[in-house]
Design a protein around this ligand. Structure first.
Ligand SMILES: Cc1ncc(COP(=O)(O)OP(=O)(O)O)c(N)n1
Ligand SMILES: Cc1nc(C(=O)O)sc1CCOP(=O)(O)O
Ligand SMILES: [Mg+2]
Length: 489
């Protein structure tokens, strides 16, 4: 991209939330997620966490002005939003600067009260916002209590939201989005009045305390899309969709009104819920050691296996000739690209660092590898497979079962592929473990296209193989048989 062509840049004019979930921090995280560059005018600081606001410290007006000067002297601001403005003096100062710099595409999120009840705008501030700031904005996005204060009427249903929106529009702002999340009911209705056009956006009410910063996030999403040239209507619709996507999968940070998942990071619980039985059913376990250290052979075989219908690849590098970490990372990243192209999950054997750095979907660990607890603490986004060979191991691992995606059970049959394999447990051993667990059971060890049917019949939800694929001279047929045996049982 040439230097002349400036990246879409937006501005948040807001208060800082030291807890990181709301305020300008929520705005900037959202802007990052929408791939626009974010700048900020800090109107004040709050000492805040997910439990409440412990202190509010407005910035001097001269400090607010100086930040506007610096930003407007350098950046082309395509859209801006306001958040907590603290009091009348700061609202006036912001309105003056919006006017001085002819800031376009301004969305006013009229933040008045924090989730825990702390006031974030005084009475005079509300009046000045109505008289001085709203008429400079493209859109205002009040929630129910804010819409009540701006419109001077009480709101208990959608009809009243509509009336309030018209009253707010009469204050001089052409477009109004009243957010109905505070009203009772299973669904959330947001009412948009854009000029003379109206529409209602719906969402499921999500039963979570972790909704801190929802208003900031929605308005930040809207200006990010405006900065990318979207129409106001499409920006509102897409921002509403984004809220519906992130609200049900919050991050667990802090102990109160925790943060939203602004970046839509992978939530392993949601990923696990979305996995079908099929997605875990055929796993190819493989590394350079299984293909005479021939990288091209490894990549070619994995691609062919993915094409043929394997659903999981596990990258497992063992033995004295094991390549160094840098090379393993290079291969893991290549495998990630290949698997992603075929919608196949990539797991990494043993090595949590490698799984994190290659952005693999999961890690497979044995009883003596990194503990499930330690993996969850380090990388909650990773799916986890855990080896269990005996009832004793199952007993020891029971505490972990809620956190894991599947258990690898084996060796079912004798295998020469794994040098330190435990004694074969047979179909009876497999059945006994399967009967004790709800988590998917992936059988491993000596499984091939002939005995796969018996393995499935013993209750396995899926199977993992090495030599059945690496030694096959008719790979597509082999995978087809594995699929057929799975379907037959
Ligand atoms: C699907 C699956 N099941 C079991 C294993 C074995 O893992 P582990 O016990 O950690 O032994 P090594 O693979 O590290 O030798 C597996 N990798 N995959
Ligand atoms: C990697 C591995 N783990 C096992 C276990 O029992 O935990 S058996 C095994 C080797 C599987 O190779 P093949 O399909 O060639 O028998
Ligand atoms: Mg291991």
């Amino acid at each position: 991209m040439s230097e002349k062509r400036q990246y879409p840049t937006v501005l948040t004019i807001a208060g800082s939330d030291s807890g990181g979930g709301a305020g300008l921090q929520a705005d900037m995280k959202t802007m990052q997620a929408f791939e626009v560059f974010s700048t900020c005018v800090v109107v004040g600081l709050t000492a805040q966490n997910t439990l409440g606001v412990q202190g509010a410290y407005p910035a001097d007006e001269s400090v607010v002005r100086a930040q506007f000067e610096s930003i407007m002297a350098d950046f082309e601001i395509r859209a801006a939003k306001t958040g907590a403005l603290f009091d009348e003096r700061r609202v006036k100062e912001v309105a003056k600067n919006v006017s001085r710099y002819k800031i376009k595409n301004l969305v006013v999120d009229p933040v008045m009260v924090a989730k825990g009840g702390a006031p974030l705008l005084d009475e005079d501030g509300v009046r000045t916002m109505k008289e001085d700031l709203l008429k400079r904005a493209l859109l205002v996005t009040p929630n129910i209590p804010e819409a009540e204060l701006l419109s001077g009427m009480s709101i208990g249903n959608l009809e009243e939201m509509k009336k309030a929106a018209s009253k707010i529009q009469a204050l001089g702002v052409p477009n109004v989005l009243v957010k109905g999340g505070h009203l009772a009911g299973e669904k959330v209705y947001n009412f948009a009045l854009l000029g003379s056009e109206t529409f209602v956006l719906t969402g499921e009410k999500v039963n979570t305390a972790r909704k801190h910063g929802t208003g900031d996030t929605l308005s930040a999403a809207i200006i990010s899309l405006l900065a990318k040239g979207c129409s106001l209507k499409s920006a509102i619709i897409a921002a509403n969709d984004y809220m519906n996507a992130i609200l049900p999968q919050p991050l667990f940070t802090g102990h109160g009104h925790g943060s939203l998942n602004h970046g839509l990071w992978k939530n392993p619980e949601k990923v696990r819920e979305s996995l079908t039985g099929e997605s875990l059913s055929r796993q190819l376990v493989i590394g350079l050691g299984n293909v005479q250290y021939d990288e091209q052979k490894l990549l070619g075989l994995v691609e062919e296996a993915c094409q043929a219908g394997m659903t999981v690849v596990q990258y497992r590098e063992k033995g004295e000739k094991r390549v160094d970490f840098e090379k393993r990372l290079e291969i893991a990243r290549k495998l990630k690209g290949l698997c992603a192209a075929y919608g196949v999950l990539l797991f990494i054997d043993d090595d949590v660092d490698l799984a994190i750095l290659s952005k693999a979907d999961g890690v497979h660990v044995g009883q003596d590898d990194t503990s499930v607890e330690a993996i969850v603490e380090r990388a909650p986004e990773l799916l986890i497979g855990l080896s269990i060979s005996t009832m004793q191991e199952l007993e020891k691992s029971k505490k972990d079962l809620a956190q894991i995606t599947y258990i690898g059970v084996g060796p079912v049959y004798e295998t020469t592929t794994k040098t330190d394999a435990k004694p074969a447990i047979g179909l009876e051993g497999l059945k006994a473990i399967k009967n004790q667990v709800k988590v998917p059971v992936i059988a491993i060890g000596g499984i091939n296209e002939e005995n796969a049917v018996a393995v499935y019949s013993a209750g396995a939800d899926g199977l993992a193989v090495i030599s059945a694929i690496t030694n096959s001279d008719h790979l597509i047929e082999t995978v087809k048989k594995l699929i057929k045996h799975g379907e037959a049982t």
